[in-house]
Write a new protein. Structure first.
Length: 256
């Protein structure tokens, strides 16, 4: 009887060991499968496409907004995300406008394009504005919406393409008209701070919509939809105008 009992205990113990081993193998297999999937997904997310081109609604600035390239490019981005907003609404309700440079006692005075738009975007005598002005206007427009705004500096254009364009996010970007060389054309004093403002011409703002090996593509409000410019001249114009850009990002979208 004792021998039987001992044999019975040994058999039960052996069965328990076998079951535990199989469970451990199952856990190890599941962990391996999970890690493999996770690694695959991570590698996939890091793949850079050779080319990408977004289909963004186009608005021409020439007739109604001769100096409103920043507002028009921003509205094209907003419309891409489904916002029913026009350039007029953006300019009149959200864009902070200042004074066109004027002469007083032999000195030019005016608004700071880093803070306001000097002049009127509907007028040929208007100038332009830089990223902080558009960033501020968008934050007002998009408050309580499921979007956030990022103001970017010194980010290489190729990196903008990899981080945003290939993830379906167009980029509001500052460069020059037709990617021509920029020159310091006028200097005035900021009315508030008396800080000297050096204006570069021909300043321009466009909406980056795509890229391939040789070109960057823009909805250029002075030209046409998906206008192609060689990468080297775009990069120079972008750098000469302070390497600034703005993006609108859906809050549910995970962007590195």
């Amino acid at each position: 009887m004792r021998i039987r009992n001992v044999l019975f205990v040994i058999i039960i113990f052996g069965i328990i060991i076998i079951v535990l081993n199989e469970q451990n193998k199952s856990v190890e297999t599941s962990t391996w499968v999970y890690k493999t999937i996770e690694s695959s997904q991570e590698q996939e997310s890091q793949v850079v496409k050779d080319s990408c081109l977004l289909d963004v609604p186009f608005i021409n600035q020439r007739e109604k907004y001769p100096t409103g390239c920043e507002s028009v490019s921003t509205v094209m981005a907003l419309q891409y995300f489904g916002f029913n907003v026009t350039p007029e609404e953006f300019i009149d309700q959200y864009l902070e406008k200042g004074i066109t440079p004027y002469m007083k006692e032999g000195q030019l005075w005016g608004s700071n394009p880093w803070k306001q738009f000097p002049g009127n975007p509907y007028d040929l005598t208007g100038y332009g504005c830089y990223a902080p002005v558009i960033y501020k206007a968008l934050n007002v427009l998009l408050q309580d919406k499921e979007y956030r705004v990022k103001e970017l500096y010194d980010v290489p254009i190729q990196e903008l393409c990899e981080k945003y364009i290939q993830y379906d996010i167009p980029v509001i970007l500052w460069a020059s008209v037709n990617m021509k060389p920029l020159k310091n054309t006028k200097t005035w004093l900021d009315e508030e701070t008396k800080e000297p403002i050096i204006w570069k011409s021909p300043e321009h703002c466009l909406l980056l919509t795509g890229y391939d090996q040789n070109f960057y593509y823009f909805n250029d409000p002075m030209q046409k939809k998906n206008m192609a410019y060689p990468k080297d001249i775009v990069e120079k114009a972008y750098k000469d105008l302070y390497s600034q850009s703005v993006v609108i990002i859906p809050t549910h979208r995970e962007i590195r």
